[in-house]
Design a protein around this ligand. Structure first.
Ligand code: UD1
Ligand code: CA
Length: 457
C-alpha cells in the first residue's frame, strides 16, 4: 500500500475566539480540539502526521508530544501557506496526504476512512470533504459545473451573492496526491479579500490542469463543523455531548437527562449504571456496572467499581471500589483509595487516604495522609491532624478500630487493631490493639451550682 501522510493545521491564533488560549487548544468535552483530531487520525493508519504550529507552538507541542511531528509557520499567511510548511518533510514523496484543520473537532476516523476510500476509487488528485447546510455563512462554498463536477471553492468573503446561496460547504478536510499537492501549492496566489494563500485554491488549479478532482459529501454537516468563535464552540460541545451520550446509552447506560450529563471522550462506563443530571465525568474516568452517579457529581481521572453510589460529590484521581456509598457532599482529593463496601458520608474530605473493606467515615471528617484498615469506624467530626505547618505526617488506623466522635489524631500516630478511642479525645501517642484510649479532661459537675446566690451575682 502507498504511504499515507496527514497534515494538521494548527498555527492560527483564532482571533475570533477573543481568547488568551490559542484556538485549537480550546476544549470540547474536556479535550483540546486539536487533540480530538489527532486521536481520530491515529486510528487511520497514517504513516506520518505533520502538525503545523505557529501561534502557541510550545503549548500545542506540549500537548501532542511525539505523537506527531511539527513544522513551524512563522507568519500566518493562510491555509495554503500553512500546508507548504510541511513541504520540508513531505515534498517529493509519493503517497496520499490527508489535510485536516485543528478546529474541526467532530470529524471521525470513519469519515476520514470513507474520504480516503472515495479518493482512491475515483483516482483523483484531490478530494474535498464537503457538507450541506442551511446555514453556510462563513464557510467556503463548493462550486460545481453543470455535470456536478467540482470546479473550485470560493471563500465566503470573496463570494458573490449567487455563490453565497450555495449550501454545499468546504469542510477544509482534503485528500491529495502528495506530489500534486506540493507542486500546485507553488501556484497559489494571494489575490483575494483576505490577502491570504488559500489551500482550497489547489482544487481549482488541479481542475484547470485537467486533473481529476473529486468531492465526498459527509452524511452529517455537524460532523464537519469548524469552530471559529465561542458560539460555534458551544455548538460543537453540544454535538459532541450528544454523540458521546448516545454511544453510552447504546452500551446500556441510563441517563435520566442526557442534556445535563457531561462525559469526557476518554471515560468508560459499565452497563446498568445510571447517571443522574449534573454528572460530569472528566478525563479517563472509568465506572463499572450498576452504579448510580449523581445528581451533581464531578469525577475526574477516577475509577469506580460496580454497584457504587456517588451522590452530590466530587472526586479526583481516586480509586473507588464496588458497593461503596459516597455522599451527599463528600470530597475525595487525589490518591484516595476506597476498598469495597466503604461508606463516606456528608461533609467528609479525604486526601491521600486508603480505607479498607467496609470502613466508614459517615459524617463531618477530614482524613488526610492516612492508612485505614478494614471495618474501621471513624466517628462524626473526627480528623487526622496531619500537618504541623511544615510537614505532613501519617496516621495509621488498623482493622476494626473504632474512633469515637470528634477525635483528633495527631500524626504521626497509629491506632492498633480493634482499639477504641473515646469520643472527644486528642490522641498524641500510639494506641495498642484492643486498648481503650481516653484523652480528654474529666468532666466537673458542680451540683446545684446555679441555685447558689453567690454564683448568680
Ligand atoms: C477554512 C477554509 C474554508 C472552510 C472552513 C471550514 C480556507 C482559506 N478556508 O476557513 O473554505 O469552509 O475552513 O472550517 O482554507 N491556519 C494555519 N495557518 C494559517 C491560517 C490558518 O495553521 O495561516 C489553521 C488554523 O489554525 C485553523 C485552520 O488552519 O485550524 C483553518 O483556518 P481558519 O482561519 O479557521 O479558516 P476558516 O476561515 O474557518
Ligand atoms: Ca475555521
Amino acid at each position: 500500500m502507498s504511504q499515507r501522510y496527514a497534515v494538521v493545521l494548527a498555527a492560527g491564533k483564532g482571533t475570533r475566539m477573543k481568547s488568551e488560549l490559542y484556538k485549537v487548544l480550546h476544549p470540547i468535552a474536556g479535550k483540546p480540539m486539536v487533540e480530538h483530531v489527532v486521536d481520530q487520525l491515529e486510528s487511520c493508519s497514517v504513516d506520518e502526521t505533520v502538525t503545523i504550529v505557529g501561534h502557541g507552538a510550545d503549548k500545542v507541542q506540549d500537548l501532542l508530544g511525539d505523537r506527531v511531528s511539527y513544522a513551524v509557520q512563522e507568519e500566518q499567511l493562510g491555509t495554503g501557506h500553512a500546508v507548504m510548511q510541511a513541504g520540508k518533510v513531505l515534498e517529493g514523496k509519493s503517497g496520499t496526504t490527508l489535510v485536516v484543520c485543528g478546529d474541526t473537532p467532530l470529524l471521525t476516523a470513519e469519515t476520514f476512512a470513507d474520504l480516503m476510500a472515495h479518493h482512491e476509487q475515483t483516482g483523483a488528485k484531490a478530494t474535498v470533504l464537503t457538507a450541506v447546510t442551511e446555514e453556510p455563512d462563513g464557510y467556503g462554498r463548493v462550486l460545481r459545473d453543470a455535470d456536478g463536477q467540482v470546479e473550485k471553492i470560493v471563500e465566503h468573503k470573496d463570494a458573490s451573492a449567487a455563490e453565497r446561496s450555495v449550501k454545499e460547504i468546504n469542510s477544509a478536510t482534503y485528500v491529495f496526491d502528495n506530489e500534486a499537492l506540493f507542486t500546485s501549492l507553488k501556484n497559489v496566489g494571494n489575490d483575494n479579500v483576505q490577502g491570504e494563500y488559500y489551500l482550497p485554491d489547489v482544487i481549482e488549479i488541479l481542475q484547470r490542469e485537467g486533473e481529476t478532482v473529486s468531492a465526498f459529501t459527509a452524511a452529517d454537516f455537524h460532523e464537519t463543523m469548524g469552530v471559529n468563535d465561542r458560539v460555534a464552540l458551544s455548538e460543537a460541545e453540544k454535538w459532541m455531548k450528544r454523540r458521546i451520550n448516545e454511544y453510552w446509552m447504546r452500551q446500556g447506560v441510563t441517563m435520566t437527562d442526557p442534556e445535563q450529563t457531561y462525559i469526557s471522550r476518554d471515560a468508560v462506563i459499565g452497563p446498568d449504571t445510571v447517571l443522574e443530571p449534573g454528572t460530569v465525568l472528566r478525563g479517563r474516568t472509568i465506572i463499572g456496572s450498576a452504579c448510580r452517579i449523581g445528581p451533581h457529581t464531578e469525577l475526574t481521572e477516577s475509577r469506580v467499581g460496580d454497584r457504587t453510589l456517588v451522590k452530590q460529590s466530587v472526586a479526583s484521581m481516586s480509586d473507588i471500589g464496588s458497593d461503596v456509598k459516597i455522599g451527599p457532599f463528600a470530597h475525595l482529593r487525589p490518591e484516595t483509595a476506597l476498598d469495597d463496601g466503604v461508606r463516606v458520608g456528608n461533609f467528609v474530605e479525604l486526601k491521600k487516604v486508603s480505607m479498607g473493606k467496609n470502613s466508614k467515615a459517615s459524617h463531618l471528617s477530614y482524613l488526610g495522609d492516612a492508612e485505614i484498615g478494614d471495618a474501621v469506624n471513624v466517628g462524626c467530626g473526627s480528623i487526622t491532624v496531619n500537618y504541623d505547618g511544615k510537614n505532613k505526617y501519617l496516621t495509621k488506623i488498623e482493622d476494626g478500630a473504632f474512633v469515637g466522635c470528634n477525635s483528633n489524631l495527631i500524626a504521626p500516630v497509629s491506632i492498633g487493631t480493634g482499639a477504641y478511642i473515646a469520643a472527644g479525645s486528642t490522641i498524641t501517642d500510639d494506641v495498642p490493639g484492643e486498648s481503650l484510649a481516653i484523652a480528654r479532661s474529666r468532666q466537673t459537675t458542680k451540683d446545684g451550682y446555679l441555685k447558689n446566690d453567690a454564683a448568680k451575682n
